[in-house]
Design a protein around this ligand. Structure first.
Ligand SMILES: Cc1cc2nc3c(=O)[nH]c(=O)nc-3n(C[C@H](O)[C@H](O)[C@H](O)COP(=O)(O)O)c2cc1C
Length: 185
């Protein structure tokens, strides 16, 4: 199964969301013989998981009601000839510029899987698989707590102009209030 989804504001608020997902998933996937990969970046998830039909149906049902993400779009749900990530219960990978050294991957950032067409996800997966094999030790790194911090920083920088105008308005109000008070004496 391959799908994309978007993190919800509820998911963003809790700084531990990515770590929580990663921890539960590794535990459950080991039990259910599911293997795969989860990518997070720019507010989007891309997950590719492989396992037996029952295990994947159960996971799909859990995912559909998980409030930490939304707009789940299933890109693929079908039989495969062999597993691609048989060694990994779930490798979690954060795609942020500065965290990714591989040029081919870096060129795909900011991560916008919602813009993928047709089989684009397969090319992306092939790239990830190649990268995972070459950088096995780095790839085993769990999702990091501060990733959400980076996303929040990005959100703040996107709204910088808005925040600046708000600050100026508050300043004007304070000056206005001060002038009114000082002229009444
Ligand atoms: C983006 C995303 C990916 C997830 N991937 C998995 C996964 O691979 N395996 C898994 O068991 N749960 C995964 N979860 C969590 C499930 O939705 C669900 O919370 C979990 O399976 C419940 O497990 P529990 O009953 O042991 O608490 C994921 C959640 C999100 C938001």
């Amino acid at each position: 199964m391959a799908y994309i989804s978007r993190i919800t504001s509820g998911g963003l608020i809790s700084a531990g969301t990515l770590n929580d997902i990663s921890k539960t998933s590794i535990h459950n996937n080991l039990l259910n013989q599911i293997t795969g990969i989860l990518c997070y970046g720019n507010g989007y998830f891309f997950q590719y998981v492989e396992g037996n039909e029952q295990a994947l149906t159960n996971l799909k049902n859990e995912l559909l009601v998980d409030s930490r993400h939304q707009e789940m779009q299933i890109l693929y749900y079908d039989r495969i000839m062999q597993r691609s990530f048989e060694k990994w219960a779930l490798q979690s990978w954060v795609l942020q510029k500065g965290m990714v050294k591989e040029v081919a991957l870096k060129n795909l950032l900011p991560f916008r899987p919602d813009n993928w067409q047709g089989d684009d996800w397969k090319d992306f997966l092939a790239l990830l698989k190649e990268y995972a094999v070459d950088h096995e030790h780095e790839f085993a790194r769990p999702l990091r707590y501060n990733t959400l911090g980076l996303t929040l920083t990005r959100l703040v920088s996107m709204h910088q102009a808005f925040l600046f105008i708000q600050a100026m308005l508050i300043l004007l109000l304070i000056v206005n209030w001060w002038l009114l008070n000082s002229t009444s004496f």
